[in-house]
Ligand binder design. Structure first.
Ligand code: BTN
Length: 258
């Protein structure tokens, strides 16, 4: 098997596509047809890759990883899916870097190395009115593996990097994919029994904690505070300058250079 090939021999419920609009859309359709927990769609290229907060995700062919996994559970347990993606991806990135640099999480779910964004996560289909009814979420993960620095779009919101550029050598996509699926399998099952373990893994590597941050939520003025804690729902508790702890569920939380 060529190292840039997207294949995991023996893995059930893995669909590998040459080109698609967005793997999150493919996974959503597959879930509606009854795909099981853990079923995953991977694509070599996305023509309309989506990011958080209505942004786009640049998804050229041949170099990176774009995957979406179906996660089934109760609406309550699915709250932690975005964090599950961040923890599993960070672990896979750290394993790939093998100590060459540290991999951290920028809350809620960007994976950064040397302050460059190497992976982003878009979880969709979460929440709802009845916390106990069963449901599913789509966990979309994009990892910049082998993109060259000069190929990143110029207008990215925050500086991005690829693992190959950081390591100075190409990363085998099939090895990374297999390892990421293993980490996702572990946390998908373990976090149902022990959600606090997932939250502790997140807290341990969350570079946002204890930083002064700017909180930007769509439609409201941004504000500044100090990131203090991640609570049992995965929310970031930010202390305002008036001393009040304010839970943040979504949006952008950017550390200030102070
Ligand atoms: C972000 O950081 O804004 C999240 C990016 C998520 C990108 C992945 S790539 C696979 C999946 N399909 C998509 O259209 N988006 C996610």
């Amino acid at each position: 098997m060529r190292p840039d090939e997207l294949a995991v021999p023996g893995r059930p419920n893995l669909r590998i596509l040459t080109s698609t609009a967005s793997t999150n859309e493919d996974a959503r359709r597959w879930a509606a047809e009854g795909a099981p927990d853990g079923a995953t769609v991977v694509a070599d290229q996305q023509t309309s890759g989506r990011g958080r907060l209505e942004r786009s995700w640049y998804s050229p062919p041949g170099v990176n990883l774009y995957l979406s996994q179906i996660v089934r559970g109760t609406k309550e347990s699915l709250r932690l899916v975005p964090l599950l993606g961040a923890v599993a991806t960070r672990e896979t990135v750290a394993e790939t870097l093998a100590g060459a640099a540290a991999a951290v999480i920028k809350w809620p779910n960007d994976v950064l190395v040397s302050d460059l964004k190497v992976a982003g996560i878009l979880a969709e289909g979460l929440g709802g009115a009845d916390p106990d009814s069963s449901a599913e979420a789509v966990l979309g993960i994009g990892v910049n593996l082998n993109m060259r620095e000069q190929d990143f779009p110029a207008d990215l919101r925050r500086p991005a990097g690829s693992l190959a550029a950081l390591l100075g050598r190409p990363v085998a996509r099939n090895v990374f994919l297999k390892s990421l699926l293993d980490h996702l399998d572990h946390w998908r099952t373990h976090s149902r029994r022990a959600p606090e373990d997932l939250l502790d893994a997140l807290r341990k590597y969350c570079a946002t904690l204890s930083k002064r941050v700017r909180v930007s939520l769509p439609g409201v003025p941004s504000w500044i505070g100090t990131a203090r804690e991640i609570d049992s729902l995965g929310r970031l508790l930010v202390e305002t300058d008036g001393g009040k702890l304010s839970p943040v569920e979504a949006g952008d939380v950017d550390p200030l250079d102070e």
